[in-house]
Ligand binder design. Structure first.
Ligand code: FAD
Length: 407
């Protein structure tokens, strides 16, 4: 088996397949800095059932283009690839497709924590980075609380246990807030990872220790014969395996295209900061949804991550915006140093990843397009890939994630 891509999705996939008894080669150029998996907030499961495109999104875009403080920024360069994405997302944002996406997200997301624990059963250092003590939506305005009500209804319908907290209860939970909030909603079964970069390092070590092979290279092309891939062109020469999984995050669309499969994928750049030795202490993460960022307890201090930029990375601007926002949120915020990372989420029009056979090929599979919730979904997706490879009885809902849905 060859797994292409060593972000959190590729790593979880490679380790799961190896655990299922296959010989596995993981191919990745090796730098974790530009990965979505390193910029990630590290939350497992919170809000993970709400599709990111709804019927109102496109109508609000002109306003966002003009608002420098919007959590979603667009650049004119986006024009490339926007039309097919727009076309599919118009449909995905409406019923019944919207509910189908929510169901597909729930199936991966609400089982995410359980699948992670199963995958890391024999990897205590990685397992110990996970906590499950909830994650809240913090409403800084009454309008934000009101706007999230329909989403909370969807969350409840999909089986999430929610706990409503008023302003006083929220302040008891997060006492260092500078201003009294307008309440919060806690997703009781959500969790988080205390250090997403260390998680990737532990996954890689566990994979190597289990006999997996790591090839430090970029895949540049596929060598095919009829309906089979027979080898890979990489920056470190040719590689060959019996079966292939494309799990290269946002770069997967270009690889899929070389296999004749067009996937309308957009790169949604986001940033993460770690404020080391920070004076603000929180027990559990929270999201400020209307401002598009999350605050998460981290092994080194406080992690602040989020925002979306389409059409280009805008690293400095995003990182400055996150720092400004977290500074406004807490009284007298202090820290010793900042580590900043930016990575691209692979956004599909219907918010669901592609977990399926590659159309037209008998020995190629896709596992990419996890968008906003790839850390949550990585172990669940990996388990589905193992089912596909092993020809086990398939999860009956896997058709939702099929690559041909965009054809
Ligand atoms: C700011 C931010 C906050 C987020 N917060 C959360 C959160 O709280 N919870 C959550 O669940 N998700 C979150 N996400 C989403 C999550 O981080 C991503 O969905 C997930 O990390 C995607 O993982 P990946 O492995 O698919 O992609 P990536 O992490 O981008 O990894 C892709 C890998 O493929 C490799 N690659 C690319 N091209 C090739 C090639 N040609 N050959 C070989 N290798 C290649 C790259 O080197 C890279 O290592 C967040 C994302 C961002 C950006």
């Amino acid at each position: 088996m060859a797994v292409i891509g060593g972000g959190v999705v590729g790593l979880a996939t490679a380790l799961s397949i190896r655990r299922a008894g296959f010989d596995v080669m993981l191919i990745d150029p090796g730098s974790p800095d530009e990965r979505a998996s390193t910029a990630t907030a590290g939350i497992v499961g919170c809000s993970a059932v709400i599709p990111w495109v709804d019927d109102g999104l496109w109508a609000s875009l002109p306003g966002m283009l003009l608002d420098r403080n919007s959590p979603l920024q667009l650049s004119w360069r986006l024009a490339d690839g926007l039309w097919p994405f727009y076309r599919h997302s118009r449909r995905a944002g409406r019923e019944p497709d919207y509910s189908n996406s929510a169901a597909g997200l729930a199936s991966l997301g609400l089982n995410g924590y359980r699948h992670w624990m199963a995958l890391l059963d024999e990897c205590e250092p990685a397992r110990s980075l996970f906590s499950r003590n909830g994650c809240s939506f913090l409403y800084t305005t009454a309008a934000a609380r009101l706007a999230d009500q329909p989403n909370n209804l969807v969350r409840k319908q999909r089986g999430m246990a929610l706990e409503q907290l008023d302003a006083v209860q929220t302040l008891e939970k997060i006492p260092q807030l500078a201003k009294a909030p307008c309440g919060s909603v806690n997703v009781v079964q959500a969790g988080h990872v205390a250090d997403p970069l260390l998680l990737q390092q532990h996954l890689l070590s566990a994979f190597s220790a289990s006999g997996g092979e790591v090839v430090q290279a970029s895949v540049t092309d596929f060598i095919t014969e009829r309906n089979r891939i027979v080898g890979l062109e990489t920056t470190a020469g040719r590689q060959a395996a019996g079966q292939y999984v494309v799990a290269a995050g946002v770069a997967s669309a270009a690889l899929a295209r070389r296999l004749g499969c067009r996937v309308p994928l957009l790169a949604g750049y986001g940033s993460g900061l770690v404020l080391s030795q920070c004076n603000v202490k929180i027990d559990a993460p929270f999201l400020v949804l209307d401002q598009g960022f999350a605050v998460v307890p981290n092994r080194h201090g406080l992690r602040v991550a989020g925002l979306v930029s389409l059409g280009g990375a805008r690293r400095k601007r995003q990182q400055a915006m996150l720092l400004r926002r977290v500074g406004q949120l807490f009284e007298n915020l202090q820290y010793q140093s900042i580590t900043a990372t930016t990575g691209a989420r692979a956004l599909t029009p219907d918010s669901l990843p592609l977990i399926s056979r590659a159309p037209g090929f008998s020995n190629a599979f896709f596992n990419f397009g996890h968008g906003h919730w790839g850390l949550t979904q990585a172990a669940s997706s990996a388990a589905l890939v193992v089912q596909l490879l092993s020809n086990d009885q398939l999860d009956q809902n896997i058709g939702r994630y099929c690559a041909t849905r965009f054809h």
